[in-house]
Ligand binder design. Structure first.
Ligand SMILES: [Zn+2]
Length: 514
């Protein structure tokens, strides 16, 4: 517990520093104090702690269900990729070359008490940074005829990209993700699927479950995935106004099918290369969760991705402890029989660990459980309950009857879920400017600590016109600002390119980004 004086009033926060004091440090503190993850002793690699992993499991479950609804099935491919596979697609290998982990030996020998790698491999193996190449190699075997298409695959896996500047959950050398890889007979079918995953799976799950509001759109050629013809993405705004790419879906055209000979016989008996796609979301979404919903008292987890929607902390004194515990168990069982989110059972944890009730309360506030019940002898005597809604301040305890809470818990959790999404949306809208039309105004907006500095001293998004010239994009990049996407929702009409002033018709989302 930190105590801080602000504006003359005493405010207490569970996380130090606060967002306003030091956003970067606040982020690290929430990730640590909410038991989401921590950087390990292995450079650049993180440990995802049980509470954080529990959130990931909720996300995984929903994503997996939606991916399967879209027709894809799960499979698993090797962690190691022969170097020669990567060499086959020039743009792809160039994009990942600088961050590869390379296995060159297969044995250890003891020499003078030290272990030394020996047994050099004839061909080095790459620890997968992504699996287009190794899956492409299998697809070439599996696809023979037009009847084999579409081939819709998904893999849940870890990947390795050697990070020079690691940051927990956002940029780590190893992370977890799902990667979808599909092959189609036609351009249209592949393109439709690329967009279907972006809209029906990623946008929906990230907004409806994670309660993170996103802008879907297309990346500029300069920001595309290496080897893709089109890259589509969803971009979210964090509480310091920076953008975070929350998911991508790539249309790969015939680039990989030509490199890996994924060819099929057409109905007419001809030979044709398939059209492929790939798409992924990762444990980076946990970073997005923290940066979207956490506050100065810790994480706030939307009910649909919370490992438990309700935690009960019994207030046990020496006298009557057994009775209070029995009452707490009864309330837990009654709540477990309820559902929310259109039929999901309410998960309830009764925290009967031996810590002081007050410490337990703050632990769950910091972890961000949606509903925290504190049950003591008084509640029991009144057949009542006291609870905290994590979407409201930790000082605002609600008292009510046990029966009312049990009957209303599903609706209450749905209300909390909606509140989080509404807050995230309102925050982004408030920090988005659509009226910046000149480069001078653009520079002023994105200047450090400029007139538009928000809570964390940063601006937000600018949705302005862009002429399509890469030179203009580069000029923005010099200011530390990138085009996050060309949003699908376009305002229409013509205006000056915000960088060069020439006539332009396309809206672009400009922002600093993670
Ligand atoms: Zn321009």
């Amino acid at each position: 517990m930190a105590e801080q004086a602000k504006g003359g009033a005493q405010a207490r926060t569970a996380i130090t520093p606060t967002r306003d004091e030091d956003y970067a440090q606040w982020y690290q503190a929430v990730v640590r104090d909410a038991d989401v993850a921590e950087m390990s002793h292995v450079r650049g690699c993180m440990v995802i702690k049980p509470w954080g992993y529990g959130v990931w499991e909720q996300l995984q479950r929903t994503l997996d269900r939606e991916i399967k609804k879209a027709g894809a099935v799960n499979a698993y491919f090797p962690l190691f990729i022969p170097l020669s596979y990567l060499e086959r697609e020039a743009a792809h290998v160039e994009g990942f070359a600088k961050e590869m982990a390379v296995v060159t030996h297969h044995r250890l020998e003891s020499r003078d008490g030290k272990l030394v790698p020996t047994g050099e491999l004839a061909e080095p193996l790459i620890v997968r940074p992504t699996s287009e190449t190794i899956i492409g190699e299998s697809m070439a075997d599996w696809v023979q005829s037009y009847r084999d298409l579409p081939l819709l695959l998904n893999q849940w896996a870890n990947v390795v990209r050697w990070e020079l500047r690691p940051r927990v959950l956002l940029r780590t050398t190893e992370f977890l993700w799902q990667e979808g890889h599909t092959a189609h007979a036609t351009h249209d079918d592949a393109m439709e699927y690329t967009l279907r995953i972006l809209h029906d799976v990623y946008t929906r799950v990230v907004e409806e479950d994670l309660a993170v509001s996103v802008i879907p759109g297309e990346k500029t050629p300069g920001e595309r995935f290496p080897g893709a013809e089109n890259t589509y993405c969803i971009e979210a705004m964090m509480q310091d106004g920076r953008a975070l790419q929350a998911g991508t879906s790539h249309y790969l055209g015939q680039n990989f099918s030509k490199a890996f000979n994924i060819a099929y016989q057409t109905a007419e008996g001809g030979q044709e290369n398939a059209y492929t796609t790939s798409w992924g979301v990762s444990t980076r979404l946990l970073g997005a969760l923290v940066m979207t919903h956490a506050d100065d008292n810790g994480l706030r987890v939307p009910p649909r991705v919370a490992p438990h929607q309700v935690v009960i902390v019994p207030m046990l004194r020496k006298e009557g402890a057994e009775e209070v515990l029995a009452y707490a168990r009864r309330v837990a069982d009654e709540l477990r029989a309820q559902t929310f989110a259109g039929g999901r059972p309410v998960e309830v944890l009764l925290d009967d660990t031996l810590y002081e009730a007050r410490d337990k309360k703050w632990k769950w506030v910091k972890r961000g459980v949606p509903l925290l019940l504190e049950l003591g002898p008084k509640d029991m005597a009144n057949d009542g309950v006291s609870y905290l809604r994590r979407d409201q301040g930790p000082a605002q305890a609600v008292r009510g009857s046990r029966a009312d809470l049990v009957a209303g818990v599903g609706a209450l959790l749905d209300e909390i879920q909606d509140a989080y999404l509404a807050q995230a949306r309102a925050y982004r809208e408030a920090r988005t400017r659509r009226d910046i039309t000149t480069f001078d105004a653009f520079k002023a907006y994105f200047a450090e600590g400029g007139e538009n500095a928000g809570a964390a001293g940063q601006p937000g998004f600018a949705i302005s016109k862009w002429c399509g010239d890469e030179a203009c994009e580069e000029k923005a990049r010099d200011l530390g600002v990138t085009i996050r996407c060309l949003p699908f929702e376009q305002s229409g009409g013509e205006g000056p390119c915000v960088i060069c002033g020439r006539p332009a018709t396309v809206d672009a989302v400009f922002a600093r980004a993670y």
